[in-house]
Design a protein. Sequence first.
Length: 596
Amino acid sequence: MTGLVVAALVVGAAWAVAAGAARRTRSPALALGCAGLAAAHAAATAWPALVPLVLAGWAAFGGAALAAALRWRRAAPAARRVLQWVVAAAVLAGAVVAVLAALHLMLGAPGDLAAWGTAAAALVPLGLACGLLPATAPAAPAALVEAVVVTGLAVLVVGVYLVVVVGLGRVPVGGEREVLVSGIVAAIVAAVLVVPVRTRLVALAEALVGRRGGQAGAMTSFGARMTRAVPLDELLLQLAESLRASLAPAGAEVWVGAEGVLDRAVAVPDRPAGRVVLGPEERVVVGRARSGGARWMSVWLPGLLDDHTARHGADAPVRAVPVAHLGALLGLLVVHRPAGADPFSDDDDHALVELARQLGLALHNVTLDSALQASLEELRTRNAELQASRARIVTAADESRRGIERDLHDGAQQHLVALAVRIGLARTVLDADPAAVPALLDQLRTDAQAAIGAVRELAHGIYPPLLRERGLGEALRTAAARSPLRCAVEVQATGRFGQDVESCVYFCCLEAIQNAGKHAGAGSEILVSVTHTDGVLRFRVSDDGAGFDPDAAGTGHGFVNMRDRLGAVGGTLEIVAAPGAGAAVVGSVPMTARTP
């Protein structure tokens, strides 16, 4: 019965951990999972037969934690710290298991390796607790780094000793075992302590000679992180934590923004969201400043100074350093010291200004990257539109050729066939009834004129001769004369334009006139105007008819054709319409006029 209870507890705990990881590390689920596994571990110490089951539960926990860790760069800062603490504890637990396994192979101790392994796994709930506690949560990145270093060094030491023992070809016995264990412990302790001891000795030596290692370390580490693919929010959080550790024990804030609107991006200790809005003159002055203290902030950043005074007191030192690039204000670094602390020195100001310069470059690069991504997206959209436009143009050309063939077959060809038949008939009539020849010749003349008219009408649909010979004005007036509605044409463009531009404007106007004739309604009037000003050829075809909804009808075949024609010569099309208020088709083509 007890085994079943523990089994259910382990399964439930593993499920809770996996659920928490799948939902980007929800702390209650993780806490429930760790508590369940800890309880299962306690039961396993009393019933050793349950140890394999507990190990399976910890394996499930490890898999879920690893899946969550792979996503921690996209998680919120608080959730990321919890994950980092849990992973750090899991890495240390792995190091303990590796060392115990090596000792077991070399010395045969500890005898119950599974029980010791489950005991080492208890470090993971401890890591979770550290991640949830406000006092220890900010140290998560450092804890993870130290855990990885300690684990690597410990595995290296026991690996070397294991190779030595295997090389000896026998397991140590008697006093050799004590010496070996003492040597392993001493080597691990020395390897773990060498890095922090060296760091503190260097800091002590720099303090004796008057150097500020914290400032240099913050600048160096920030510059190194800038060269790696670190997310911006993580970079700003690490910068604020470094500033608090080295220069601003009362807290550090990073504000970012543009156009004089700055938002609090990161604050250590954590602060609610905030915003500072600067006017044009304030933006210029703040952006050009090197750094400012309380007096300078009282003039240019009074809101930030009031907040600092309310939290730390009027005597507490404060510095605001603008983050700018090429004269553009991109943010602020605001650092606080408690009341009674030493004021900021020139070295402190120099370090802050250098950090602000590096941060300004990073923010500028982020802006450039965003602009580049936007440009690439626009290019992809234009490329898709271009491909679709080319496909429509090819389809329209095929349909146009089929239409010409159909018009030739049904129109001009039929007139010419009839003309040929009548000419043959005229030969017969000439021999049989010469008096009927004049009437027949008149009929032949009528048929020839009809054939000429059919050919001329077909030519107008392909490329009107008047457009080639006389320009836009005459061609549009002739087209307007064929409109079923009253149509006036006003052309205020002297000189001639490129053949492609003139044909584009002509056929767009012709399409608009035909659309108005079909849909504007009886009694409506059409006005066609063409102007050339400021190097742009513009046309407008408007009517006072029934109008329409441009959102519903603006994607029709005719409008798509007009947009494709104008797009081919770098022009644009606009539809201005409303139900009951008429409609207007407006187009423009940037170009330069030329004389014939």
